[in-house]
Design a protein around this ligand. Structure first.
Ligand code: SF4
Length: 166
């Protein structure tokens, strides 16, 4: 697999649960976080789904003309292609949210992960913790997960979160 090809399980058009507004959500294959009570354990398999080029993904994204969410699985196990895809989406003027089981601190400590999320609007970080599950939380499953505004957090050197109100 090269940096312009992703292993994905699914593309969902027009979803409203993976960030604000209607969105195109791309579910990457593979996750090694193995959170207890994960909502999508079939996504853990790195061989699940199919290989798709960024060009093909961009065709769907342009056709739908929505903001985009990368989820999974965990897209940051494919950091190069995720970063390249985010950069392409940003050229269209659309924003990207990234769901990951890595913490913000782990992302900052790993140049490959940091490079991948640099052009995203929001990173929803941290593994799902079933002991902190709360169905009333906005766009995330457990209270340890954060909606992190990427650009402002990097600029200020501290975590700045997306306004947590409906
Ligand atoms: S990070 Fe997400 S996909 Fe991965 S095991 Fe945890 S809840 Fe499941």
């Amino acid at each position: 697999m090269n940096d312009n090809q992703a292993r994905i399980i699914d593309i969902i058009r027009g979803t409203t649960v993976d960030g604000p507004g209607f969105r195109t959500s791309i579910y990457f294959a593979g996750c090694a976080h193995h959170c207890p009570q994960c909502h999508n354990p079939q996504s853990w398999d790195f061989e699940a789904g199919r290989n798709v080029g960024i060009d093909e993904l961009m065709e769907v994204i342009k056709e739908e003309d929505f903001d985009v969410t990368l989820s999974g699985g965990d897209p940051l196990y494919q950091p190069e292609v995720a970063g390249n895809l985010i950069a392409e989406v940003r050229k269209t003027g659309h924003k990207v949210w990234v769901y990951t089981g890595f913490t913000w601190e782990e992302i900052l400590a790993d140049p490959r992960l940091l490079s991948a999320i640099r052009n995203a609007e929001v990173v929803v970080d941290s593994p799902f913790d079933c002991t902190l599950r709360d169905p009333d939380l906005l766009f995330r499953g457990s209270a340890n997960q954060r909606l992190i505004l990427v650009e402002e957090s990097l600029r200020r050197g501290e975590i700045v979160t997306y306004p947590d109100k409906r």
